[in-house]
Design a binder for this molecule. Structure first.
Ligand code: AKG
Length: 357
């Protein structure tokens, strides 16, 4: 049986002043919550410290010191924050614009047209158009609809569930997957060198015998009449190795740093990269898988494009032997990526069918 979730978009368009109770977060989660646009303004005024910005251009420098300084800045951000804005990522502005354009065009389609792509989470068909189902123990819902797709490697993509409208959606998204895979390889190189490992060490380990799967989740956060009570995405760490995030320039992402939720500012020409659980395990806890969530706001629709770079289900995750010593014993037991994923979902939400994060 297909369980169809209520779309947050239609709820938002119904003109309600108060959100349904399933969207109201418990009091203990409300610390640092609020209207994202207001929260960012207050943060700027207050001079709150921000997520670090690193420039990857310097990694291509012939000058060893400049290159090393780049490695060092990425290592520091990954160890201290588990998240960073990357400038000089090498992805063309034109491609990024097209990715945003086709994603927005899809969400601008009438609801009935989008429903043709609805996923069926209960049967494990997680790709497609969806919203969170309230089948978790708390019955809590998130203020967003999304579109979820495996976009790389191409031979694993199921093009039958990819949007046919707009007509260039497939071509643009395929190219995005290809270029993001190359960018992920570059970030892995920098992160490997940062821990004194061979340059290809993380990529080699994560690839195993099957390339990483890149899963795209387009998050569509409608305007919300009570943004101080709802979350677009609840707090979680990603099971991925790395996650890349682009947005339509509307803030909302928050990361936890030293017990305070910091709202990411939107910095032109940068993207955000998160360290996920898989890399935290391989790095024996040196790199931190960042706890994050998404706020919503009253005035503007927010759209974000998150790409999770995930190892194959059977890949064994364990701290790299080069990083396990007497002084730094293994902090994690071995588990396959699949086991990690299943145990975490079970512990976190008792909602084994929500496989989109
Ligand atoms: O929208 C964002 O910035 C974050 C999205 C996210 O964390 C997710 O989809 O898992």
């Amino acid at each position: 049986m297909v369980v169809v979730a209520a779309r947050v978009e239609s709820l938002a368009q119904s003109g309600l002043d108060a959100i349904p109770t399933e969207y109201i977060r418990p009091v203990e989660e409300r610390k640092d919550m609020g209207d994202a646009l207001e929260v960012v303004k207050a943060q700027i005024k207050e001079g709150t410290r921000q997520i670090p910005v690193v420039d990857l251009r310097d990694f291509n420098s012939e000058n060893k010191e400049i290159k090393q300084a780049c490695v060092e800045s990425v290592r520091k951000a990954a160890e201290e924050w588990g998240v960073m804005h990357i400038a000089g990522h090498g992805m063309s502005a034109e491609l990024l614009e097209k990715v945003q354009k086709v994603g927005k065009q899809f969400f601008d389609l009438p609801l009935e047209q989008k429903e043709r792509y609805a996923n069926d989470q209960a049967s494990g068909n997680i790709q497609g158009y969806g919203s969170k189902l309230s089948n978790n123990s708390s019955g809590q819902l998130e203020w967003e609809d999304y579109f979820f797709l495996l976009i790389h490697p191409e031979e694993k993509a199921d093009f039958t569930v990819w949007p046919k409208e707009p007509s260039d959606y497939i071509e643009v998204t395929k190219e995005y997957g290809k270029q993001l895979r190359a960018l992920a390889a570059k970030v892995f190189s920098i992160l490997s060198l940062g821990l004194g490992l061979d340059e290809d060490r993380f990529d080699r380990e994560l690839r195993g015998s099957e390339d990483l799967a890149l899963q795209l989740k387009i998050n569509y956060y409608p305007k919300c009449p009570q943004p101080d009570l709802a979350l677009g995405v609840e707090a979680h760490t990603d099971v991925s190795s790395l996650t890349f995030i682009n947005t339509n320039g509307v803030p909302g992402l928050q990361v936890l740093k030293d017990d305070r939720w910091i709202t990411a500012e939107c910095i032109p020409d940068t993207m955000i990269v998160h360290i996920g659980d898989s890399l935290e395990i391989l790095s024996n806890g040196k790199y931190k898988s960042v706890l994050h969530r998404a706020l919503v706001n009253k005035e503007k629709v927010r759209i974000s494009w998150a790409v999770f770079c995930e190892p194959a289900e059977k890949l064994m995750l364990r701290p790299l032997e080069e990083l396990v010593t007497e002084e730094t014993p293994a902090k994690f037991t071995s588990r396959t990526f699949f086991q990690h994923f299943e145990q975490k979902l079970f512990k976190k939400s008792l909602n084994a069918s929500d496989k989109t994060k």
